[in-house]
Ligand binder design. Sequence first.
Ligand code: TUI
Length: 318
Amino acid sequence: MLQTRLCNILGIEYPIFQGGMAWVATGELAGAVSNSGGLGIIGAGNAPADVVKNEIRKVKQLTNKPFGVNVMLLSPFVDDVIQTIVDERVPVITTGAGNPGKYVSVLQSIGCKIIPVVPSVSLAKRMTRLGVDALIAEGTEAGGHIGELSTLVLVPQIVDAVEIPVIAAGGIFDGRGLVASLALGAEGVQIGTRFICTNECTAHDNYKQALIKAGDRDAVVTGRSTGHPVRNLRNKMTRIMDDLEKKGAALEEIEEVGRGALRAAVVEGKVDEGSVMAGQTAGMIKEIQSVKEVIDDIVNGAKQVRTSLSTNRHLLNV
Ligand code: TUI
């Protein structure tokens, strides 16, 4: 009932991707999402290839279903990570923070589906010319490194500009977000933040509790002045960054505050000094659930929204 072209291309039951969040999206989380009918994605972030290989092996232990690896193209280990993905015959790769052009032919040679994240129409068009399989249009509501346009305006413009399937990302939380994305012409969604607050996610409990406590305006952007805007939960670190930016501090000084800060928050639970990357949906998270409960809630919610739209009590004359 919720099947799209994307489900057929990738061999998945529901058109729901779990965002490949650095440090957060380990094999445990990705395996659980794939087992529940979505596409689980390992976040390679800045990890060396042997660490990524270990997470891939974990997913293969947990599931026989398709899964992906997100490659952050600014990583110093990117070449080795791509080689590991090829060696391990990973079925899907998503990419962020750059252009995956030079890896396309080797990935295609093993049948790996290539799905870049794009924050603009011009990049979407450029990526399509590389022969990629689909695109993730990520709005500024997302967590981590972000673009400028909101999902509501980015998705339909990219849908109109390309022929391949588009997956909407940024600000999507439940069945309402899934149906809204389909209405914009997307054929799937990517959800990151909500999957952090699951039993299967190995992030520190302090990180999960910070998300549960967060309100609607707590996921703020730092680093606009450096040209590398990042959305994280407001805390001591974001205030230090804001102060440095206001003072006009040197780029290196501002970026130094962020170095190692994501690991500190995710692994060590340092949610005051660390970087608690999160999207604007943080305010919607109320509890920790199992991955299956999250997926079932999104799918059942989407079915309910579709029914209520077709008998819409707000549109009495339609
Ligand atoms: O990649 C993301 N979000 C991320 S990556 C990340 S890991 C990290 N942690 C700490 C420090 C540094 C990195 C955390 N959050 N989102 C996908 C995304 N990609 N958003 C925007 C883009 C993008 C930007 C420019 C994609 C392509 C692009 O192309 C520029 C070019 O070179 O053509």
